[in-house]
Ligand binder design. Sequence first.
Ligand code: SAM
Length: 255
Amino acid sequence: MGEPRLSFDLDKLPRGGPRASRLDRCLQTDRQEFLDRDDVPYRIKGSVIRSLDRMGERWRLHEKFAELALEQVAGTPSPKILELGSGHGGLSRKLLQLHPRAEVVITDVEPESVARIRDSDLGSHPRATVKIEDATAIDAPDGTYDLVVFAQSFHHLPPRLASKVIGEGTRVAKKFLIIDLLRPPSLVLLAGLPMFLPIAAITQGLPTAHDGFISMLRAYSPAAFRALAKAADPDIKLWTRTDGLQQVVVASKLV
Ligand SMILES: C[S@@+](CC[C@H](N)C(=O)[O-])C[C@H]1O[C@@H](n2cnc3c(N)ncnc32)[C@H](O)[C@@H]1O
């Protein structure tokens, strides 16, 4: 199938969607997070990943994300779930704890993070497989999984790759769940940004504050998600909702 005809330039799609305001377009960046840079030692990336894991534990995000994922497979007795961009494995660990028959494939594109997950309790868990996987080119036949989940990672990808991930997630699974930072209204973003960096730097350390700051500017809006899905395949159906500070997106080709 050729690429669908689009009324916007996918490579230049604003994070706020095709009709984003001028202010919203100013409140985005192409700057990379430490986590995405090849020239940054894993020592720094690892500190961001550990902070995310700590925050996930402290604020019960791992549990909340696992519950959101399990909602999507509520009717499936032994669901097969793929986690992309797992980072530390916290969400998958919760999935395995909360569902006694779930089989979970825990992945990330970063080899060092995958090695650390494999060295943890998850490496020997009877219902877990740990491996390297690139969300933009998933190494699995169509329909392999009941669910793919990608948490707090989607904003890392520029539009063309982000669209590819939606195509891949909906190809290999019945449902693709994306949980990511909410893109706040421009004025809220504008007012909040000056406070965010110092507060995050004091509470989470500079590398995590740096990446968190950039993440807010790179978060996609619901309109952007719809445009990215359309670019991947017009047959993909997509639902978005807000849950606290998170945006919850479910995409599927089957319904
Ligand atoms: C901000 S961390 C999120 C970690 C974890 N999911 C969480 O919620 O705390 C983003 C993760 O996405 C991963 N990532 C970035 N690009 C990716 C890609 N193309 N495929 C798979 N993982 C990717 C990074 O290596 C990193 O572990």
